[in-house]
Design a protein. Sequence first.
Length: 367
Amino acid sequence: MAQVSLKDVSKFYRAGVPAVDSISLGVENKEFLVLVGPSGCGKSTTLRMIAGLEEISSGKIWIGNTLVNDIPAKDRDIAMVFQNYSLYPHMTVFENMSFGLRLRKYPKQEIERRVVEAAEILGIRSMLDRRPRQLSGGERQRVALGRAIVRKPQVFLFDEPLSNLDAKMRVQMRTEIHKLRMRLQTTFIYVTHDQVEAMTLGDRIIVMRDGKIQQCADPMTIYDKPANKFVASFIGSPPINLMQGRIIKKERKYFFDEGKFQVKIVEEMHKDVLSYVGKEVIMGIRSEDIYDKLFVSEASLETTVRAACEVVEPLGSEVYLYLNSGKNSFIARVGAHNRPDVNKDMDLVFDMSKVHFFDRETENTII
């Protein structure tokens, strides 16, 4: 178990083009930290630098109290789980799980004890004599996890370990990883492009883009208080609705004027939008904060929007409504009972206490 610290770490593959651009972060002992972002954002490169599989161009990396810049991967006391499992096809499950221990010349009894213990934790005790080709994708991933567990490392590193699994198996393996984390009580650093994995697994999330950290916070802070438009649009499914418009003032009230509709801004936000009166901004509102007016008992006309319902998409427990105001398209996520007519106008109510405003130039949050 150990803390991990990065100070001004960069990685350049070509002159002047950083894959990772001077990032600093700290991972606490026993913390589960998730690095999330689109392909090419630098998250896997960051993980590989921590593991020692990529040489850093500048900066410093500590694992515990040890500066590991010049320490090879095999001596960093970490274990890494890869996307493609990386199992030896000619070895049994037992041999794959014990390979690292045998290289380090652990006693035979200790190797057997650790492998059996890890197999029990992961529910693969009955598979120890099988070879990888005889296993499903989820079972292979369990073997890869077991190979990491038997090492009893200070830090576990996961590089998109669930991306090769089908949707049902991903949900199951997320649960298994969560249980494993609670049982092992050690430090986890987990890389994914899947924001659902990030939200459900992480104590903290780091959102990356173009080699830089955009925001680092706990999952609900990332969701409720995004630092900028990119974070707001990357985290959440369906993505946050973004609309361009202007902040205007009428008497003592402030409104967001989209062009086809105007909605009143709540008083708590007045001081933040004051300097943007008359200026173009971007408003973000999540799909669950838009309601069909028919199901709202007290709806103000100042927060009501008229839009055409273009598509109704039932998903069992909820329904997605794809709407168009005439200038912007947006999505509302409503209850399963709500099935409005397609290609007809309807009234929607915006929960204006939940909206976000972003500077059009910097894309940073205003509120």
